[in-house]
Design a protein around this ligand. Structure first.
Ligand code: ATP
Length: 324
């Protein structure tokens, strides 16, 4: 009997992150190198439900390594959260002979990957989010690029802040997690970093700090605030009222999600994509491939979803003592 070639699919889901294309490229090329067939699924799980799927070859992923976004498009798919949706996706996979899937996205996407794995379609998740908030992984694809983008933007604000003796309040993305804010605050020498993970008193940690450091001859200040914590425009007005230092607010927003991925993101994404294909080749699914202590490892999805990760408290304390 003729041996059927293994066929795998790849999709991106949830928010986009720079480096997703590098991961797609690694998946496609690793699979082809192992004699497997590969299909691309567009718009996340929607593509599995609607059959928006196409064959991929070596050239399908040419010239994408350095490009931000995702050539497969990404989406949030309400229907896939229902059993009917998952069964439709399973049906599509069976009709097209898809033996396994690589899902690049965040926690929510991993939950979907688990549901489909439990229905008999092996899925492997790869962590892709600029928020770096996937607990099982020390690192998520897109974080380094977003961090460098944020740092560059804050450096620009610092120039004008310095020229005018101002305080600049900058909102950084993170979806409730403080990783991007903390690292950006360290790299930019922010006078204060407000993240959800620490108790924070505006009067002590911002107002008093500005007044105290002002006495040492410092006249411009950067305050980093994690997304969703407070209205940064109101905060800037409050700081100005209390300190007398002219204050402005900036929301960096989706700027942080775009742009060419850094070398680090390309390398990480390439390693993770390669490992995912190794698992699927063996028919192993219901796994996430992540970075732990500088190694590529994989975990059961449920086990991975139950892990916890906080911010680096030591780093936070260092920032508080140095950025004065
Ligand atoms: P980001 O970190 O960018 O938000 P994410 O993968 O966590 O990425 P979600 O919107 O939570 O983003 O999930 C992406 C998609 O995964 C959802 O639109 C849905 O299709 C699927 N999904 C999420 N949660 C579940 C679930 N509990 N069961 C099945 N599918 C899910």
């Amino acid at each position: 009997m003729e041996n059927k070639k293994k066929k795998i699919g790849v999709l991106t889901s949830g928010g986009d992150a720079p480096g997703m294309n590098a991961a797609i490229r690694a998946v496609v090329r690793s699979a082809l190198a192992r004699g497997m067939e590969v299909v691309g699924v567009r718009h996340g799980y929607n593509g599995l439900i609607d059959g928006d799927i196409f064959d991929m070859n070596l050239r399908s992923v040419s010239e994408i390594l350095h490009r931000g976004g995702t050539i497969l498009y990404t989406a949030r798919c309400k229907e896939f959260r229902t059993r009917e949706g998952v069964l439709k996706a399973k049906d599509t996979c069976q009709k097209l002979g898809i033996d396994g899937l690589v899902v690049i996205g965040g926690d929510g996407s991993f939950r979907g990957a688990r549901d489909l794995s439990l229905e008999g379609i092996p899925c492997v998740g790869l962590p892709g989010t600029i928020d770096n908030d996937i607990s099982c992984s020390d690192y998520c694809i897109g974080f380094d690029t977003a961090l460098n983008t944020a740092v560059e933007a804050v450096d620009r604000l610092r120039d004008t802040s310095q020229s005018h003796d101002r305080c600049n309040v900058v909102e950084i993305m993170g979806n409730g997690a403080g990783h991007l804010s903390l690292d950006c605050g360290i790299a930019c020498g922010a006078s204060a970093i407000w993240v959800n993970e620490v108790d924070f008193d505006v009067d002590v940690s911002i107002v008093q700090r500005i007044l105290d450091t002002g006495k040492t001859g410092k006249h411009h200040f950067i305050v980093i605030v994690g997304e969703g914590i407070t209205d940064v425009h109101s905060l800037a007005r409050y700081i100005e009222e209390r300190t007398g230092v002219e204050s402005r607010a900036t929301v960096l927003g989706h700027i942080q999600r775009g742009g060419s991925p850094t070398a680090k993101d390309r390398i990480m994404a390439t390693q993770l994509g390669y490992h995912a294909v190794e698992l699927l080749e063996q028919g192993i699914g219901n796994r996430v491939v992540v970075i732990r202590e500088n190694h590529v490892v994989d975990f059961d999805i449920l086990e991975a979803l139950q892990m916890k990760k906080g911010i680096d408290r030591k780093l936070y304390e260092i920032a508080r003592s140095i950025n004065i």
